[in-house]
Design a protein around this ligand. Sequence first.
Ligand SMILES: [Fe+2]
Ligand SMILES: [Fe+2]
Length: 311
Amino acid sequence: MSFISIRLSTVRPGLIIPFNVFILVAGSYVYYLREGDDFAQDRLDNLRSRGLKKFHIKEEEELKYQGFLSTLLDGIHLESNEVKTSLALDVTENSAIMVLKNPTTEKSYQMAKSSSDIVQKVLTDNDAILREIVAHGRNVNTNLADRMHWHMVNTASIAIKFAETLKSGINMNSLGVAAFYHDVSFTQYSLDEQKLFFKEVKQMSVQELTVYKSHPGKSVEALQDKAFAEKEVLDLIITHEENISGQGFPNALTKLSPAQEVLSLCAFYDREVSCLGKDPADVYNNLMIDQVGNYNLELLKNFKKFLKSYL
Ligand SMILES: [Fe+2]
Ligand SMILES: [Fe+2]
């Protein structure tokens, strides 16, 4: 049975829980609260005193989880940064896990969509939360699949916030969904091939490069025949490794839409830091050296300004 985890810090006393709640005790999921109950203060205190930070719900109750999120969102303007951060981490982490696990289902697509929406709401007018989300993802680097799902979370969060600062009319929902899916083909490669997502392109052999360059196309394949997948999203996924110099892949394009350029730049930046483990300060300093010609100068300048304020 699969479970979705929710941070305890997102719930308050009196909040009615629209699903059955389980807690993890000695490696097993133990039934804790019934659907329709509320998290009374003593229950919350009890869980906290046991050092529990998360509770769990069955994945099949995911739709009820969506309803729960909208209840939380209704009061989000009232919430502290801690609650907002927990909410953003929950929703993005659960979506990235679902998208990687079941990339072709409408349910995963809807999760990515509502995550983009929630991230937009949580990050609006707030410069501290993005920093916390991104730092969180980089601190829990364990296995490659986990690192990949955090790369998707970080890329989506960075792209959404950066696009917002540009005020250029980019469709943030498509951008967010595409960011959640951009490297989704990761799970279709062998374990050895998956390591390429964490390797410098310059250090790849010709054969490795051929494999790696197939990943945007394979990511699009997960969605391309699905009626629910929007064309704009597919167009963003296929071009996320392109840039305007004609040196990108798979099609060596020289023209990108503003949204395509933003996703490419944000995915590039987060790959450098989250996947290749580079120091963000070095990546920042090298942007105007290494990336001039790959992206419009104005966009690079804005991105540097953005990194300085938000990351
Ligand atoms: Fe990629
Ligand atoms: Fe990526």
